[in-house]
Design a protein around this ligand. Structure first.
Ligand SMILES: CC(C)(COP(=O)(O)OP(=O)(O)OC[C@H]1O[C@@H](n2cnc3c(N)ncnc32)[C@H](O)[C@@H]1OP(=O)(O)O)[C@@H](O)C(=O)NCCC(=O)NCCS
Length: 417
């Protein structure tokens, strides 16, 4: 595991026993390096009981081990946590999804019968508070920044900004918090009069205090709806696709917030009517019973499944869905379907990108599937995603009788960018 543990106290060297006060865990895997922190709130005092820094590209193997090591060092268990603070983006697509998936798993596993409350905070918000400056910028690569702009009397806005977007913001903020050279250079070049306030990169322990404030006011997120705070489209990150529908998202509300256009999220019971209706009118889609979908969204089912829907914003119309089964280290894509009216807009690709990240986070290294040999549309889609044919099952399907082609995709090694 590429990490190290530091046990520390923000206020006193004589740390009180960990069972006093409210215990909070914070996780941030959005940046080039990640971190996990455990803190205890007693009254208004926050004591950081420990933090673990994680090397980038190691989150899939090091994150959960780091959480366990922090809890063990503090002599507590998951069930003792009063809340989890998820720094859910913006940042690396894979890192964000791994962190969000881990938070969901921990929140569900931690408390018997009741989930551990989870709050989501934006990494830009953490940076801006760390520097005590309302506006903040983080490197987003490709000469762009993730930008937070807060003005007196207006709600803060977060966006992905390149040269053009920065030029359009007038007047520029007087001061901007930065923690990396690339963001500092971009801001200086576009806004020469703006003062840069440099601080070290935001860490999970910096997010603990913010999370506490949100927990106190009951601003918990619904776990089924918790998702990454993406300011760049996920499929663009994974597949390098910047076409319409798979391109960039510009403006978004601060966390918990979602990209404009199409949002990918977990399937919930309230989606089932729409999902079944969508499949029933679509050639090539499975005609499953409600019981099969109900099992697919049952978090306690064995084997575990990941079921996602794509919905159009702001109408929240479900455009498509995908279901996969995890059989570590393998996984099987059981179905993916997009309503006819929503096809060829990158929705299927986005759904699969999100699914692939969740499958990686769940420990899968490969995705398998079988498809009717006559389903040219699906075969073209799978080929575009990089699937390769591994075999054929003669006369596998009935009504009509037809061969199944077996396809496989190796998932990219999970890593933080
Ligand atoms: C297969 C399916 C899910 C694709 O969804 P989609 O949202 O239209 O796919 P995308 O827009 O993300 O397409 C991604 C790429 O796949 C390929 N592709 C998708 N549909 C294609 C088609 N009809 N013909 C040729 N290529 C196609 C293209 O390369 C496309 O990229 P491009 O648009 O930049 O050329 C959709 O066609 C569908 O629901 N089909 C019916 C159900 C089905 O057969 N499901 C699979 C078996 S269960």
């Amino acid at each position: 595991m590429s990490c190290w543990v530091v046990m520390e106290s923000e206020h006193s060297s004589q740390a009180a026993p960990a069972h006093f006060g409210r215990l909070l865990l914070a996780i941030d895997t959005c940046g080039p390096t990640g971190s996990v922190a455990l803190g205890r709130l007693a009254g208004r005092d926050l004591e950081v009981l420990g933090h673990v820094e994680l090397e980038g590209r190691s989150y899939s193997t090091s994150l959960i081990a780091a959480v366990e090591s922090l809890l063990t060092e503090a002599g507590v268990g998951l069930k003792d946590l009063g809340g989890i603070v998820a720094v859910n983006g913006p940042g690396s697509f894979t890192g964000v999804r791994l962190g969000v998936a881990a938070v969901k798993g921990l929140a569900e596993a931690g408390a018997a019968g009741a989930e551990i409350p989870v709050v989501a905070v934006s990494r830009l918000d953490v940076l801006s508070r760390k520097a005590a400056v309302p506006s903040a910028a983080l490197d987003a690569h490709r000469d762009e920044v993730y930008l937070r702009v807060e003005r007196v009397g207006a709600a803060p806005r977060e966006l992905l900004a390149g040269v053009r977007e920065l030029a359009e913001i007038d007047p520029a903020p007087l001061r901007v918090a930065v923690c990396d050279d690339a963001a500092a250079a971009r801001i200086s070049a576009s806004w020469p009069a703006t003062q840069l306030v440099r601080v070290t990169a935001p860490l999970a322990k910096d997010a603990l205090r913010m999370g506490e404030a949100r927990l106190v006011v009951g601003a918990h997120v619904d776990l089924a709806l918790l998702d990454g705070h993406y300011l760049r489209r996920s499929d663009a990150e994974i597949f390098g696709d910047t076409r319409a529908g798979g391109g960039k998202t510009r403006m978004s509300d601060p966390a918990p917030s979602f990209a404009a256009g199409v949002r990918i999220r977990r399937m919930t019971p309230s989606d089932l009517d729409r999902v079944i209706g969508l499949a029933s009118g679509l050639h090539g889609a499975p005609q499953w019973s409600r019981a099969v979908y109900t099992l697919a969204i049952d978090r306690n089912a064995t084997p575990p499944r990941i079921a996602l829907v794509a919905e159009e914003l702001p109408t929240e119309t479900v455009l498509g869905f995908a279901v996969a089964m995890v059989l570590q280290p393998e996984s099987e894509l059981e179905t993916i379907a997009v309503a006819a009216a929503g096809q060829r807009r990158g929705v299927g690709r986005s759904l699969f990108a999100a699914l692939a990240a969740d499958l990686s986070a769940a420990g899968a290294t490969d995705v398998h599937l079988e498809v009717r040999s006559s389903n040219a549309q699906a075969l073209a889609f799978y080929a575009a995603l990089g699937f390769e044919e591994t075999g054929r099952r003669p006369r596998y399907y009935t009504d009509p009788v037809e061969d199944a082609l077996l396809l496989r995709l190796r998932l990219p090694e999970t890593h933080a960018r």
